[in-house]
Write a protein that binds this ligand. Structure first.
Ligand code: UDP
Ligand code: MG
Length: 335
């Protein structure tokens, strides 16, 4: 952190069909961040929206010098949209915030305060989840419990992607180029000095959530397989238990036959054992398959995302050359 220059801040907003929320978001962001006195801008990342989002963003950029944007070539998903934003931001600090105003921009000055105290990752932690169903709250709580039980990387519960990252945290994240990105895990993996700031999560301003239970389920699998190989180990332990059990049962049968003769019993137990072992084997294969599929995707080494168009904010932060250079490098390599 260089105290002699004005500090700079970029607010990254992943956008997927949020046209109706963007003007309000821009207004509330400006009202919240302008008084902090930082040299700041907004980077909208249009994640292949199919509504008017991109034209709304263009209009905002034309009217306000602090607005820049880039658009991905198609919908890549929020994780990759955020990654694209992080790759293109070179401010001293970066804030990630949802476009639907569930994350209150008014909290940003508090995040900045903690950052100025020397924290690298200042994450907002929900105290209330207004407008979310009991089922969603329950599954979310269960998920955090499972992932923290399975993985050595501590993922703090009730945190979203709403957070502030220092320059070195952004740079560290930039070095993690895995294709399957479970950002909450990656943020935690980076380490450095992290701190939570509690806030109340508001309901969505307009539009509807982009995440169905199916995508959330896949997301949960993503998180677990990216940060833990315990499921793989579980398969071998289960196999061990089954093998020991089978051996014991085999010995018991031999002993019984020798002692009492053999009146052709055993069809039910045979079926049970065959079906049980068949199920266990398929389960184990499925788990291996989950991991293998991810290895396959990584092995292809595709770029994480492709940029369609981009336009940096007209207002330049302190180090414009860096900004452009970083942008060009990321577009060149795409990863
Ligand atoms: N989003 C995105 N790409 C997607 C889905 C969502 O960039 O494929 C953005 C979306 O525009 C919003 C944020 O990610 O700014 C959070 O999405 P949403 O509010 O639908 O998620 P929820 O709050 O329900 O978890
Ligand atoms: Mg939302």
């Amino acid at each position: 952190m260089d105290m002699t220059l004005t500090q700079t801040l970029t607010v990254i907003v992943p956008v997927y069909n949020e046209a109706e929320n963007l003007a309000t978001l821009h207004q509330r962001l400006t009202d919240a961040v302008e008084p902090t006195g930082l040299s700041w801008d907004i980077l909208f990342v249009d994640d292949g929206s199919t509504d008017q989002s991109l034209s709304v963003i263009r209009r905002l950029a034309a009217e306000h010098p602090a607005v820049g944007w880039l658009s991905l070539s198609r919908n890549f998903g929020k994780e990759l949209a955020m990654t694209a934003g992080l790759d293109h931001a070179c401010a001293d600090a970066v804030v990630l915030i949802d476009a639907d105003l569930q994350d209150p921009p008014e909290l940003i000055p508090t995040l900045i305060e903690r950052w100025r105290e020397g924290f690298d990752v200042v994450y907002a932690q929900r105290t209330a989840r207004a407008g979310e169903s009991l089922v969603k709250r329950g599954t979310a709580a269960g998920f955090y419990r499972v992932i923290n039980w399975l993985s050595r990387t501590r993922v703090p519960p009730d945190t979203g992607d709403f957070r502030l990252l220092s320059r070195r945290a952004v740079e560290a994240l930039g070095r993690l180029r895995e294709r399957h990105r479970f950002m909450k895990g990656l943020f935690a993996w980076v380490g450095y000095r992290q701190i939570a700031v509690p806030y109340e999560r508001a309901p969505r301003l307009g539009g509807s959530t982009k995440f169905s239970y199916r995508t959330l389920w896949n997301f949960a699998l993503e998180g677990i397989t990216s940060f833990s190989n315990i499921p793989l180990k579980a398969a071998s332990y289960l196999g061990l238990v089954a093998a020991v059990g089978a051996l014991a049962y085999g010995l018991y049968i031999i002993a019984k036959t020798l002692l009492y003769g053999d009146p052709v019993p055993g069809y039910p137990s045979l079926m049970v054992v065959i079906l049980f072992l068949g199920g266990v084997q398929l389960l184990a294969l499925g788990i291996i398959g989950e991991y293998l599929g991810r290895v396959f995707v990584e092995a292809k080494q595709r770029p994480l995302y492709l940029i369609g168009e981009s336009q940096p904010a007209a207002r330049q932060l302190d180090r414009p050359e860096d900004l452009e250079e970083a942008g060009r490098a990321a577009v060149r390599t795409g990863d």
